[in-house]
Design a protein around this ligand. Structure first.
Ligand code: PHE
Length: 337
């Protein structure tokens, strides 16, 4: 019986097999249990011998079961380790690194310059009410200047903002008529336009607003001059030309003198030596009043610039659509910007 059991255990090839053999020989219904149970019927002489033998057999089988089980588990562990083995000396796979989008890089650069001049960065909603996008900026319904910016309406009085100027009104309202207000606001704007090399129905603007007691046109000129020299280079100058915006009076368009540049920007530049880069002016008294400021006490200036234009001019990019088509070959060139 012992030999039989030991042989069967030797052949067992899984933990489950071993357990079956154990139950078969040592279980409640197995032969050993049976022998031990039948001890009472034996003579006093035979009893200790049979008992001893049965116990020996049982212990041997039990020992073999344990030995085999351990062997089995060790083999399983070995196999698992082998299958999970990794070669730590293999060279790694290269992770392709992304970079900031050129427009993001330009916005951050411009933000840094204005933060250095004491401005705070704010934001406003892209889906805007007709009131903030037009009315609060001195463009009542039916005002012809609304046609300057063809719009995407969402409902009768909600639209995708056509400019970042509504943030002027929103910010002034929050100040409850108490200055100073000194902010810039970058963000997306939308206009109905046919997309081509120089037009996009969605683009980015950065708005600036400075309202305080005694802010003058010369402050506007000084801030913009400092900004342009910081962004394009110290040799650049600005020039102001009279213009019209309903929310500023007087209004100006601001040109930058041309420097050493490349691409479309330069070609435009070569003819006159100047290139237009932003709109600006002194905040219209009516706009100040509508947003809760006393126009007899406070004055201010505002400006708005197109971010793409600043990027095109600085990097000599010839088509605004490059910014939105996400061609890796284009974006890769800005990794170090
Ligand atoms: N919002 C104007 C535009 O989009 C630009 C501007 C901003 C002009 C602030 C004056 C003052 O054309």
């Amino acid at each position: 019986l012992r030999e039989e059991a030991l042989q069967e255990l030797e052949k067992a090839s899984s933990v489950k097999d071993i357990d079956e053999v154990r139950v078969k020989y040592l279980g409640k219904k197995g032969p050993i249990t049976e022998v031990l149970r039948g001890m009472g019927k034996l003579s006093a002489e035979e009893r200790p011998k049979v008992g001893q033998l049965a116990n020996e057999v049982r212990e041997d089988i039990q020992a073999k079961v344990e030995e085999k089980t351990e062997e089995m588990e060790a083999a399983a562990l070995e196999a698992q380790l082998a299958s999970e083995r990794i070669d730590v000396t293999l060279p790694g796979r290269e992770v392709k690194r992304g970079a900031r989008h050129p427009l993001t890089a330009v916005i951050e650069e411009i933000e840094d310059i204005f933060i250095g001049l004491g401005f705070q960065v704010t934001e406003g909603p892209e889906v805007e009410t007709d009131y903030y996008n037009f009315e609060a900026l001195n463009l009542p319904p039916d005002h012809p200047a609304r046609d300057m910016q063809d719009s995407f309406y969402v409902t009768d009085d909600m639209l995708l903002r056509t400019q970042t100027s509504p943030v002027q009104a929103r910010t002034m309202e929050k100040h409850n008529g108490v200055g100073p207000v000194k902010i810039i606001c970058p963000g997306k704007v939308y206009r109905r336009d046919d997309d081509d090399a120089t037009h996009s129905h969605q683009f980015m603007q950065i708005e600036g607003l400075y309202v305080d007691k005694g802010v003058r046109m010369s402050d506007l000129k000084g801030i913009l001059n400092t900004f342009v020299k910081n962004y394009f280079g110290a040799e650049r100058n600005i020039r102001l030309r009279p213009s019209f915006f309903p929310f500023t009076e007087p209004s100006v368009e601001v040109d930058v003198s041309c420097g050493i540049c490349a691409g479309e920007g330069c070609r435009v530049c070569k003819q006159s030596g100047w290139i237009e880069v932003l709109g600006a002016g002194m905040v219209h008294p009516r706009v100040l009043e509508m947003s809760g400021f006393d126009a007899k006490e406070y004055s201010g200036f505002a400006f708005g610039m197109g971010v793409e234009r600043f990027a095109l001019l600085k990097y000599g990019i010839d088509d605004i659509r490059h910014f939105y088509t996400n061609d890796i070959r284009f974006l890769d060139q800005f990794k170090r910007v």
